[in-house]
Write a protein that binds this ligand. Structure first.
Ligand code: HEM
Length: 396
């Protein structure tokens, strides 16, 4: 499952060219510039989990939403885990971005975020592909309209601030020389909805898939999380910030190991701002990357390197024992990118995974109905999604 294979599907050059074109096109409609996105998304993570008060508010909200989603899924029979988590992520990201939408408008925005994807792409020759492309573009347009209306209202509003991400962006926009205008704010909000949904839902599905194949890991996870619940005064309370920070070393190891194996950030790009000399052990292995060159870094080369990770294709969370896992990455772990400019959603993604696993292993038993299968082109695509059944644990 982890190798770069095409899983038996015939992928013609034309097919790939058109798929890449559509992806690029959708990307362009989503995000006007990488600089804007990154500067301002730094604010969302600051906004979402920056201050102590906000952390507590956010974690409480994520707990409630996760619990409700799992309860709802438990009553439904077998379900597609990645899709379920996509809805979950969008449900808690959307009100953090714009908090004062009417419930029906919020539901509409969530539906549009969910419809704005590329999963429908089957073949350039299938009429359904083009019909679906039309639906996706319509979803994008409707989502943009809802955000625009909310933004207009907020701009003119004399009411108290809502304390959401839209407020933060409007403050940025009003600053002298701001890189934001109304259009870039709308693009940014659309972008966050989609980026956070896809990366995090892929990561969650793959983590559960790895765990399902490793009963020893599941047992250890259950032990860690049940111990957390046992120590709590209010057994119904969700995970607290302190528990997240201090009481789940094994969960952190599982998250890092899953992300290392999943390799969701397949390629990252960097530009050499000056000549960079790469020092190999042997003279012949030394070379210089000239200033101005753009370099594509493939983190999987590091993540699957047997000199760094013993049995690199094995899912073994214990390999992280005793290592500092507070930072999102290092030279040997680039799941969220590398250097000063890394994924700005990494804190949020790790928090989500911890909360999800907490509710998942303490409240439910699960069984796999369909194993997941991915192929890489080079981005990981699911040819088969993980389908599971969950049922509430019987009280012990
Ligand atoms: C498990 C989940 C995730 C993974 C594996 C992941 C991975 C990555 C990687 C590898 C990069 C490239 C960083 C680099 O160039 O060094 C990146 C960038 C980025 N990620 Fe994530 N990400 C995840 C979740 C999220 C979430 C939840 C958000 C939004 C809240 C987000 C927003 C972004 C943005 C905006 C960038 C571009 C940053 C920039 O251009 O400076 N990501 N992510």
């Amino acid at each position: 499952m982890l190798s770069s294979r095409y899983s038996g599907r015939r992928t013609s050059l034309l097919y790939k060219a058109i798929q890449m074109f559509l992806l690029r096109y959708l990307e362009k409609t989503m995000c006007s510039s990488r600089q804007e996105t990154s500067t301002s998304i730094s604010n969302i993570t600051m906004h979402l989990i920056g201050s102590e008060g906000l952390k507590r508010k956010m974690i409480g909200f994520m707990n409630r939403t996760t619990r409700e989603h799992l309860r709802w899924k438990a009553s439904e029979g077998a379900f597609n885990l990645r899709h379920a988590v996509s809805t979950l992520i969008v449900s808690y990201i959307t009100p953090q971005m714009i908090s004062n939408l009417k419930p029906e408008t919020e539901a509409k925005l969530i539906d549009n975020f969910m419809a704005f994807n590329i999963e429908w792409f089957q073949s350039p020759f299938a009429l359904s592909t083009w019909k679906n492309l039309f639906k996706v573009l319509r979803a994008r347009k409707e989502a943009a309209k809802i955000i625009n209306v909310a933004l207009e209202r907020r701009k003119d509003s004399i009411l108290e601030k809502q304390g959401d991400f839209l407020d933060t962006l409007l403050e940025e926009m009003k600053k002298e020389g701001s890189i934001f205008d109304q259009a870039s704010i709308v693009n940014l909000l659309l972008n966050i909805g989609v980026v956070s949904r896809d990366t995090t839902s892929h990561a969650t599905a793959l983590t559960v898939d790895f765990i399902s194949k490793n009963p020893r890991v599941l047992t250890e996870l259950q032990r860690e999380h049940e111990a957390i619940v046992q120590k709590r005064d209010d057994k119904e309370a969700g995970l607290s910030w302190e528990e997240y920070k201090d009481c789940m070393p094994f969960t952190r190891m599982v998250i890092y190991e899953s992300l290392r194996l999943a390799n969701l950030g397949t390629i990252i790009f960097r530009k050499a701002v000056k000549d960079v000399v790469i020092k190999g052990k042997l003279e012949v292995k030394r070379y210089t990357i000239p200033a101005g060159w753009i370099v594509a870094v493939a983190p999987s080369v590091v993540h699957y390197n047997a000199e760094i990770y013993e049995n690199p294709l094995e899912f073994n969370p214990w390999r992280w024992e005793g290592k500092d896992l507070r930072s999102p990455g290092s030279k040997t772990l680039m799941v969220f990118g590398g250097g000063a400019r890394q994924c700005v959603g990494s804190d949020l993604a790790r928090l989500h995974l911890a909360i999800f696993l907490h509710h998942f292993v303490t409240t439910y038993d699960f069984s796999v109905v369909q194993e997941c299968e991915i192929y890489r082109v080079p981005f990981p695509c699911f040819t088969k999604d993980l389908h599971i059944n969950i049922s509430p644990k019987s009280p012990s």
